[in-house]
Design a protein. Structure first.
Length: 213
């Protein structure tokens, strides 16, 4: 069975959704850049190996990323899953995991890269918001998109209610993307575009608001 390593920085609800989904994959380790990441306890309680590579202990991004890559490679994962991992990764790190490094971002990319996506979506008055799972490339929150889920922005929404609606969909699409990848239904093509083989297309790239209710 293929194995994955999940990187977190905090709460870890996406990691939890991945652990609780029935996926044909072994979760080899959960690694955090913060000792106080809440998700570490959840993983350890379930017998999953955990590790911390504390970014504050490194003078440069390169030094941190080298140590992080070493910590990941100890588990020989076929996929590295960023799940609320709040560090910008160097191009050197991203290159090492080309085609097997994925991230989830709480917006319909390429809109709203970076932080505070829900506040910015509300400020802009968009009617559709959502989340995206994508292969990681050196640009922040850029890279070929594997799956997106859209949710409606409702008249009474605030950032918290909108974030909660998006997060419910994150917990649906991230396990789905991982299962596609480990089953070989999705891959990163040489052209830099996502290749879908068979069933992945049936899963729908965009989940419409109506389908979710
Ligand atoms: C999620 O909204 C994810 O999309 C973003 O950071 C948040 C992490 O939440 N990158 P959690 O730690 O998975 O609960």
């Amino acid at each position: 069975m293929k194995s994955i390593v999940i990187l977190i920085s905090g709460r870890g609800s996406n990691m939890q959704a991945i652990v609780e989904a029935t996926l044909p994959v072994r979760i080899a380790a959960v690694i955090s850049n913060r000792t106080d990441a809440q998700g570490l306890r959840y993983a350890a309680d379930r017998g999953i190996a955990t590790a911390v590579v504390d970014h504050t202990m490194f003078a440069t991004r390169d030094a941190f990323d080298t140590e992080l890559a070493g910590a990941i490679n100890r588990y020989h994962p076929s996929l590295v899953v960023l799940a609320g991992f709040m560090r910008v990764l160097t191009p050197g790190f991203v290159d090492k995991f080309h085609g097997r490094l994925i991230n989830i971002h709480p917006s319909l990319l390429p809109a709203f890269t970076g932080l505070h996506t829900h506040e910015r979506a509300l400020e802009c008055g968009v009617q559709l918001h959502g989340c995206s799972v994508h292969f990681v490339t050196p640009g922040l929150d850029h890279g070929p998109i594997i799956i997106q889920a859209a949710v409606p922005v409702l008249p009474d929404d605030n950032a918290a209610t909108l974030a909660a609606r998006v997060l419910r969909q994150e917990h649906v699409v991230y396990p789905r993307a991982i299962s596609w990848l480990v089953e070989g239904k999705v891959s990163l093509g040489a052209s830099g575009r996502v290749n879908y083989h068979g069933a992945a297309m049936d899963g729908g790239i965009l989940i419409s608001p109506r389908e979710q209710e």
